[in-house]
Design a protein around this ligand. Structure first.
Ligand SMILES: C[S@@+](CC[C@H](N)C(=O)[O-])C[C@H]1O[C@@H](n2cnc3c(N)ncnc32)[C@H](O)[C@@H]1O
Length: 247
C-alpha cells in the first residue's frame, strides 16, 4: 500500500488541496500533476503541475481521512470523536473495542492514540472500504473483524479499556459489556435519536455503570469577514448524542 499525501496550494488567496495516492496522474484545475514524481520526494517538499502550479506535500492526518476517505455511511464527526477521547482519557496503553466499523473513521482516530483497536462490522461489503481506509492511514494496530457485535461480544475472551458503540442496537450489547471491560474502563455510545439514547440509558442503568452522562456537542465556527466577526450562519446542526459511562 502506498502512503497517501495531501497536496496543498494557495491559488489567488484560496487554499486548494487534494488527497492523492502516489501513482499515475492527478488532473486538477491548476494542471496535471505526475504523482509518480512523489516517490523521490518527502513531506514538506513541493511538486509542480504541468501548468507550473506548486503544491506542498503534506502527510495526511485523521481529519484528512474524515474529509477524503471513501465512505460506506455517515462517519462520526471529529467534534463527537474528540469528546469521546477527552472524556475517556484514551491513551497509548489502552485496548479498544469498537463497533460498527462503518468507514473506519472513528477506528482511525482511536488507532492513532490507543495500543490496539478491535473493530466489528456486520456488513461484509463495508469491510473492504474500511480495510482500505485503515491501510491508507498506515495503522497496523487496528484489527477489523466481521460479525454482529451483539453476538460476538458474548464469546470474547479479551478485555478492553474503552468500548465504543456506534450501532442502532447498542442497547442490546450493553448487558455484555461488564464481562469484557476492565474495572474503571469506559463505554461510549453514539445515538442520532433521543429514543435510542433513552434505550441506551435504560440498558446502562440495569448494568451497573457509574458516572453516566449523555451530551450533545454543538460546534460553532466563527466567520471573519470585512463586515464583521460572528458565528458562521452555515453550521453543522444536530449529529448525535454521546453517552459515556464508567464501569
Ligand atoms: C454509523 S456507522 C459507523 C460509523 C463509524 N463509527 C465511522 O466513524 O466510520 C454504523 C455501522 O455499524 C454497522 N453495524 C450496525 N449494527 C451492527 C452490529 N450489530 N454489529 C456490527 N456492526 C454493526 C453498520 O453496518 C454500519 O456500517
Amino acid at each position: 500500500m502506498e502512503t497517501p499525501v495531501i497536496l496543498k496550494t494557495n491559488y489567488k488567496g484560496n487554499i486548494k488541496e487534494y488527497f492523492a495516492i502516489p501513482a499515475g496522474k492527478l488532473h486538477t484545475d491548476l494542471g496535471v500533476i505526475n504523482l509518480d514524481e512523489l516517490h523521490a520526494k518527502s513531506f514538506g517538499d513541493t511538486i509542480r503541475s504541468h501548468l507550473g502550479a506548486e503544491f506542498v506535500i503534506q502527510k495526511p492526518k485523521a481529519p484528512d481521512f474524515f474529509k477524503y476517505a471513501k465512505r460506506t455511511g455517515a462517519p462520526m464527526m471529529p467534534k463527537d470523536i474528540g469528546i469521546i477521547i477527552s472524556n475517556t482519557g484514551l491513551c497509548s496503553s489502552d485496548h479498544v473495542l469498537d463497533a460498527g466499523t462503518g468507514s473506519g473513521i472513528l477506528a482511525i482516530y482511536l488507532g492513532g492514540i490507543a495500543k490496539k483497536v478491535v473493530t466489528y462490522e456486520i456488513r461484509e461489503e463495508f469491510m473492504e472500504v474500511a480495510r482500505r481506509n485503515i491501510a491508507l492511514a498506515g495503522l497496523t494496530n487496528i484489527e477489523l473483524r466481521h460479525g454482529d457485535i451483539a453476538v460476538e461480544i458474548q464469546g470474547l475472551d479479551e478485555k478492553f479499556d474503552l468500548i465504543t458503540l456506534d450501532t442502532m442496537d447498542a442497547s442490546k450489547v450493553i448487558p455484555h459489556v461488564p464481562r469484557v471491560i476492565y474495572p474503571g474502563g469506559y463505554l461510549a455510545t453514539y445515538s442520532p435519536f433521543f429514543e435510542q439514547a433513552k434505550e441506551i440509558r435504560g440498558a446502562i442503568d440495569k448494568t451497573g455503570f457509574t458516572e453516566v452522562t449523555t451530551i450533545e456537542i454543538i460546534e460553532r465556527e466563527i466567520s471573519f469577514t470585512d463586515r464583521g466577526t460572528r458565528p458562521s450562519t452555515s453550521r453543522v446542526g444536530h449529529t448525535g448524542f454521546i453517552t459515556i459511562a464508567r464501569y
